[in-house]
Design a protein around this ligand. Structure first.
Ligand SMILES: CC(C)(COP(=O)(O)OP(=O)(O)OC[C@H]1O[C@@H](n2cnc3c(N)ncnc32)[C@H](O)[C@@H]1OP(=O)(O)O)[C@@H](O)C(=O)NCCC(=O)NCCS
Length: 295
């Protein structure tokens, strides 16, 4: 919670805001292929997604091809409502932990919504936009300082006994989400992430939320969002990227991209005081894993 509070405070810092506003949209074209990768971006140099329309016989084919294209863009402040709408449609109920605690598309969880967008205004998040202009993927990023990480560690120790009596008795979505936050704090504290960076590291680039439209999965969108995030991290002088993977798939992608696993917490070991699993996740989502990438 304190980490979140610190993040919310950072979100309002004028330095962060001006940095956010000075960023312009960056785009790469796709169809499974990264076509350009220049930094820094400039609004006027935004690339359009590749179209295969020249090879197509009719308008229906052209429309179908257009749907398959996507571009990666830097998300700016005005995109926030669209991102929230997107997360409500997908992430808030199909991320494995959210699914495990029973969040459904019709259930609102205000603390989850606030938490997931708490770093958005740092201006370092990216999205995937389809040919028709719809958002089909988001990667919300954050800067994590050593102080925030230490605060998280302290909070974690203090709240070590904060286990529900009976997880099934938790009705309120916010109360359920509090268990996710508690477990994630515990999992990340386990990793001692700053101990895995270069000496003197005092901040890192954190991949905070990763989500792709369910009808666009398996097309490399998450991989491209992570590629782009790495470039932003590099341009901002970061030396280490962290991703906490609650999903088997994000962990698979991270390991394929050269990230190394520094911590793993099996969901079956997270129990309430009655010995019941707090997160009965669907296989293959068996653990939360923390991965880091040196850059
Ligand atoms: C995780 C997620 C963002 C991945 O997005 P994506 O755009 O489909 O990812 P990519 O296409 O870049 O890569 C997915 C890879 O995982 C593979 N994959 C997907 N589900 C899999 C499964 N159950 N078992 C094995 N491999 C699987 C895909 O086949 C693909 O590999 P390939 O390139 O060899 O075909 C997306 O699944 C998602 O939004 N999930 C729900 C939210 C979530 O869990 N977010 C992560 C929380 S940390």
């Amino acid at each position: 919670m304190a980490t979140q509070v610190a993040r919310l405070a950072a979100m309002h810092s004028s330095r962060t805001m001006s940095r956010t506003m000075s960023r312009t949209v960056r785009a790469v074209a796709a169809q499974g292929t990264l076509l350009a990768s220049q930094w820094p971006p400039h609004q006027s140099s935004v690339l359009r997604p590749v179209s295969t329309s020249s090879a197509l016989a009719n308008a229906d084919d052209a429309a179908a091809a257009d749907k398959r294209t996507f571009e990666i863009v830097r998300l700016v402040q005005k995109d926030k409502p669209k991102v929230l709408e997107f997360l409500r449609k997908f992430f808030y109920h199909d991320e494995p932990l959210n699914t495990a605690i029973g969040l459904r598309p019709d259930v609102r969880c205000p603390t989850l919504e606030e938490f997931s967008l708490s770093t958005f205004d740092e201006g370092i998040s990216v999205g995937a936009v389809a040919g028709d202009g719809s958002l089909v993927g988001v990667c919300i990023n954050a800067t994590l300082t050593r102080e925030e990480d230490e605060e998280n560690r302290r909070e974690c120790e203090e709240g070590a006994d904060d286990v529900p009596e009976d997880v099934k008795a938790l009705e309120d979505p916010d109360a359920k989400f509090a268990q996710i936050k508690r477990m994630l704090s515990h999992a990340t504290a386990q990793g001692d992430v700053f101990g895995h960076g270069p000496p003197g590291l005092d901040r890192l680039f954190d991949i905070f939320i990763l989500s792709v439209d369910s009808s666009w999965r398996g097309k490399g969108i998450a991989t491209k969002l992570l590629d782009e995030s790495r470039e932003i991290a590099q341009a901002d002088g970061h030396r280490l990227i962290r991703i906490v993977c609650s999903s088997f798939v994000s962990a698979l992608i991270a390991s394929r991209m050269g990230y190394r696993c520094i911590a793993k917490l099996d969901y079956k070991t997270v129990l309430d005081r009655k010995g019941q699993r707090i997160f009965p996740t669907e296989p293959p989502h068996d653990a939360v894993t923390t991965y880091v990438l040196d850059i």
